[in-house]
Design a binder for this molecule. Structure first.
Ligand SMILES: Nc1nc2c(ncn2[C@@H]2O[C@H](COP(=O)(O)OP(=O)(O)OP(=O)(O)O)[C@@H](O)[C@H]2O)c(=O)[nH]1
Ligand SMILES: [Zn+2]
Length: 210
């Protein structure tokens, strides 16, 4: 059992606790201004005057995943007309996320597969689920597990497989300064966990040796 399983009981585990009061936009902009001052810059010079507002606006986009419930995204499904008992794979879904330790980008690719039981989902919805979880403060292990668990919980397929490969800018642009190092995480559920042949087929489809 992975240490993240408990935190994953609900797909949306890293949302704001109810007791936490969300700061106003003005407070958020003031916080950015404070950081600019802390860096040693003049927040009133022309080039920086609008920066706090820009940063807060960009955060709305970069961390917009909290506004989406993956269960809603996956709610619209289609009954299979012909029984399709093979893997459905969305391969190479690029995403941008932010590590929760340094708030620096995690840039990566997700491969998301499921083995339908009796319903299929519009394929774009798998990419939307990736974004809904990526556009939050994350660690890659949790991101991987959340995507897989949401698909399992909502679609109840025979199995789900998620592989994420990424570069962590907190490792490349600061700290240990290691470039071109990939972090790979996987989450296998159902037939992909229990059936070695199915898992091998999945890894072959994404171009890895299983
Ligand atoms: N497991 C895991 N670690 C991550 C992820 N993103 C960032 N980290 C790591 O989180 C760790 C935080 O370590 P700390 O020692 O608290 O922070 P730090 O002093 O800034 O560490 P360095 O990055 O080694 O300089 C670092 O080792 C990061 O590489 C992630 O998605 N998963
Ligand atoms: Zn980091």
């Amino acid at each position: 059992m992975s240490p993240y399983d408990n935190a994953l009981a609900k797909p949306q585990s890293n949302v704001l606790p109810a007791a936490h009061r969300k700061p106003t936009r003005e407070q958020a902009e003031r916080a950015v201004r404070t950081l600019i001052e802390w860096i040693g810059e003049d927040p009133d010079r022309e080039g920086l005057a609008d920066t706090p507002a820009r940063v807060v606006r960009s955060y709305e986009e970069l961390f917009g995943g909290y506004l989406y419930d993956p269960a809603d995204i996956l709610a619209r499904t289609f009954e299979e007309v012909e029984a399709y008992d093979e893997i459905v794979l969305l391969k190479g879904v690029r995403f941008e996320s932010f590590c929760e330790h340094h708030m620096l980008p995690i840039i990566g690719t997700a491969h998301v597969a499921y083995f339908p039981r009796d319903r299929v989902v519009g394929i774009s919805k798998l990419a939307r689920v990736v974004d809904a979880y990526a556009r939050r403060m994350q660690i890659q292990e949790r991101l991987t597990a959340q995507i897989a668990n949401a698909i399992q919980d909502v679609l109840d397929p025979v199995g789900v497989a998620v592989v994420i490969e990424s570069e962590h800018h907190c490792m490349s642009t600061r700290g240990v300064h290691k470039h071109d190092v990939g972090m790979v995480t996987t989450r296998m559920l159902g037939c992909f966990k229990d059936d070695a042949e199915r898992r091998r087929e999945f890894f072959q489809l994404i171009g890895h040796r299983g």
